[in-house]
Design a binder for this molecule. Structure first.
Ligand code: HEC
Ligand code: HEC
Ligand code: HEC
Length: 109
């Protein structure tokens, strides 16, 4: 009996800790991948404010339908974005500002 309640208290104490644990590592993710095609047209790397997005919407607005939650696991192109996939699922002038504001994403670093 004593043993059980000790476990129960331990569980109660650790539960809030779990819910406050942030479950991603990078608050800001820099996309400096598509080097060739970006440099051809002089576009800087993309600065993606991950935390900012995660604060104003649910994780499942993006994971795993639009993006795999793993650094480097997603290939993003402007063709996809303009067709309404990846960032373009929202940055289409409806849910968020449209993708023709190149420099808002290609801010470099
Ligand atoms: C909503 C954010 C966003 C906006 C706005 C945006 N891009 Fe991108 N773009 C990306 C992301 C993310 C990638 C992938 C970058 C990487 O992996 O390095 C990318 C990649 C690219 C690439 C390389 C891959 C490819 O498709 O050839 C080019 C070139 C590019 N963007 C040009 C542009 C231009 C030009 C504009 C404005 C008309 C623009 N981008 C607006 C997010 C954006
Ligand atoms: C607006 C879309 C969006 C939202 C909302 C979002 N993410 Fe992400 N997440 C991304 C993108 C894009 C990447 C980058 C994947 C890559 O590098 O190819 C990423 C990467 C990750 C990664 C791997 C990198 C890291 O920082 O550890 C994890 C884990 C992750 N997300 C978890 C979450 C969790 C948990 C939430 C909610 C609290 C969340 N994400 C909300 C788009 C989003
Ligand atoms: C699920 C919807 C969604 C997706 C997917 C999404 N965004 Fe956003 N993003 C938003 C919303 C909503 C805002 C706030 C828009 C506003 O203020 O008008 C925003 C704002 C931004 C901002 C401006 C942040 C600031 O400092 O004000 C940047 C930069 C940005 N997004 C880049 C990206 C990139 C890059 C991707 C793809 C890797 C992406 N977003 C994917 C919804 C999304």
């Amino acid at each position: 009996m004593v043993k059980i309640s000790v476990y129960a208290i331990a569980l109660l104490l650790t539960m809030p800790m779990f819910s406050f644990t942030k479950d991603f590592k990078h608050d800001v993710i820099i996309f400096k991948r598509e080097v060739k095609s970006r440099s051809k047209v002089g576009m800087k790397p993309v600065v993606f404010p991950h935390k900012l997005h995660a604060e104003s919407m649910k994780c499942n607005s993006c994971h795993n339908q639009l993006f795999k939650p793993k650094l480097g696991a997603n290939k993003i192109t402007m063709k996809k974005i303009m067709e309404g996939q990846a960032c373009g699922a929202c940055h289409n002038g409806v849910k968020a500002w449209p993708a023709f504001h190149c420099d808002r994403c290609h801010r470099g670093k």
